[in-house]
Design a protein around this ligand. Structure first.
Ligand code: AAO
Length: 513
């Protein structure tokens, strides 16, 4: 028996980690895209912890190429030069301070790990990197790591250009260069160990997990090999033996041979179908309607809920990079976006990630945003601007802070309140008026039709007066927005007109008078 337990424990140790390691009843992650470490530390203390956010995905913290043409694009951070913690978001001291302060208030930090590649082949040579480390992309020389020619896949890729030319060839996708980015030879133990060492430094500082960038471009077994070398989480904040949370960026919209399921052994995967389909439904494109969301989740061909990391938009597809296409909803379509995020946060499927963006001068020419490269709000010396907070709690300096929008923040709280409760009491009108509950803890109802809605439906909630957390919330035992009266049999009347600011209503037991 003892031996059996030991074998099981050993097997468990090399299994991927699917749990975000959040504190109990904090269920959502927010991606504070391009934020500075100092601002994140403050946001954890002043806003995320008090409002029940579980954790933060931060932009890549390691040293990267400085690109001046175009002028400091956001995507330069996906071109590593070394694993020194040194970027436009801050230095190592500031990073450590952030991790500590966020953990101290129960908010976890997840690092975007860019380990598939280094900078682009045309990155040049010199010290134009965020920490001034010397490198020579032409010679494959990155002495600050160090990596040299032996550590790259140039010999292994068999396309004429050295680039991925077809996503239908699984060898090209893994062994060739993605957009010219120098592809690391992850079959080498030296490369695996070097990556693990970088990630272990972060784990020891207190991070709770990782987004694995471009995971589709690495063999699942190679990812597994460096994950197997990772430490358990820092026991100052996590219980003994806790593995880091892993979610792998695998874009699988169907139609390519590489499947997200190949990566389940390592951890969760990003489910890109989720935002692409939800956008299509809420926009009512291709004959889609919200009534079809009744079997949302695996029923729509998504990966199993306990293997999924989901989001309405991400830093790529909100600006036309990556995958998902035109259906993706973003803060630019605020009314529909809030409905989509509201639906996601109310629905039990997956671990949910909320996007928090910066505004850029979006400008379309021939259907393409020519400013899709524009980096975070910055000063004339290129440094990133701080996130200022306006008297009305919104953000200044062109930080959008979707996570602070009342409707989104209150739905993050809703998800915490209904955590663990089943999907229940589905109702629809056969069109775009739908509703569902989460056991006897919460209920949400949408009117995305072009006509007013006035219905009596079963909420599953105890009798009482509830505050709608979309038009307002409960404050000092009164509602600042709409009120909903649930009768003894759980039924309630809902009216949502087409001209409502937000055509949905959500109630939960913590917002009952
Ligand atoms: C920049 C320049 C490049 C230059 C390079 C090096 O833009 O012109 O060659 O520097 O100098 C980000 C930016 C890139 C940037 C890069 C490095 O987005 O523009 O390149 O930093 O600075 C693929 C990958 C996926 C990747 C995504 C952008 O599979 O991993 O492209 N995302 C991550 C990050 C991202 C970052 C990187 C990776 C690199 O989130 O921010 O890039 O670290 C198909 C495939 C997808 C593929 C897309 C786009 O998708 O399935 O796997 O994503 O193509 O190439 C339909 C299909 C769908 C298809 C889609 C688009 O929707 O159903 O499958 O169309 O065709």
């Amino acid at each position: 028996m003892r031996i059996l337990l030991l074998v099981l424990a050993a097997a468990g140790l090399c299994w991927g980690q699917y749990n975000p390691n959040t504190v109990p009843k904090r269920t959502s992650i927010v991606h504070l895209f391009e934020w500075r470490w100092q601002d994140i530390a403050e946001e954890c203390e002043r806003y995320l912890a008090p409002n029940g956010f579980g954790g933060v995905q931060v932009s890549p913290p390691n040293e990267n190429l400085v690109i001046t043409s175009p002028n400091r694009p956001w995507w330069e951070r996906y071109q590593p030069i070394s694993y020194k913690i040194c970027s436009r978001s801050g230095n190592e001291e500031q990073f450590k301070d952030m991790v500590k302060r966020c953990n101290d208030v129960g908010v976890r930090i997840y690092v975007d790990a860019v380990v598939n590649h280094m900078c682009g082949a045309a990155g040049g040579s010199g010290t134009h990197s965020t920490c001034g480390s010397y490198f020579n992309a032409g010679n494959r020389d990155f002495p600050a790591v160090p990596y040299s020619g032996w550590d790259f896949n140039d010999g292994k890729c068999h396309t004429g250009s050295g680039e991925i030319e077809s996503y239908n060839d699984i060898y090209q996708v893994r062994d060739c260069r993605l957009s010219s980015l120098l592809d690391l030879a992850l079959e080498k133990d030296y490369v695996r160990s070097t990556i693990a060492e970088y990630m272990n430094r972060l784990i020891d500082m207190g991070v709770a997990g990782f987004r694995i960038d471009a995971a589709k471009h690495m063999w699942p077994g190679d990812i597994r090999a460096f994950l197997d070398k990772l430490h358990n989480l820092n026991t100052q904040w996590f219980s003994e033996g806790t593995k880091p949370f892993i979610y792998q960026e695998v874009i699988d919209l169907g139609g390519e041979p590489i499947k997200g399921s190949e990566y389940f052994g390592n951890g969760r995967v990003t489910e890109f179908k989720y935002g692409a389909k939800l956008g299509t439904v809420i926009r009512k494109w291709n004959g889609e309607k919200m009534a079809y969301l009744k079997n949302w989740g695996e029923g729509w061909g998504f990966v199993p809920s306990d293997r999924a990391l989901v989001f309405v938009d991400n830093h790529d597809n909100q600006r036309g990079h990556g995958a998902g296409g035109a259906s993706i909803l973003t803060f630019w379509d605020a009314r529909l976006y809030k409905m989509a995020v509201g639906f996601m946060l109310a629905h039990p499927y997956g671990v949910t990630r909320v996007m928090s963006s910066f505004r850029w001068p979006r400008y379309f020419e021939n259907g393409k945003d020519v400013n899709d490269w524009v980096g975070p709000p910055s000063n004339s010396d290129g440094s990133t601007k701080s996130v200022t907070i306006n008297p009305d709690t919104t953000c200044g300096n062109d930080w959008v802070c979707e996570h602070r929008w009342r409707q989104i923040r209150n739905m993050v709280i809703f998800r915490n309140v209904v955590d663990g409760e089943p999907f229940s009491n589905w109702w629809d009108n056969g069109s775009n008026q739908v509703a569902f509950g989460r056991g006897n803890k919460g209920f949400i109802i949408f009117n995305n039709d072009d006509w007013n809605m006035n219905v009596y439906v079963q909420t599953g909630l105890p009798a009482g007066t509830y505050c709608d957390v979309i038009s307002g919330q409960k404050e000092n035992n009164r509602c600042t927005g709409k009120q909903v009266f649930v009768s003894g049999d759980g039924m309630a009347n809902f009216q949502i007109n087409t001209d409502a600011e937000d055509p949905f209503i959500a109630i939960h037991v913590d917002a009952k008078l």
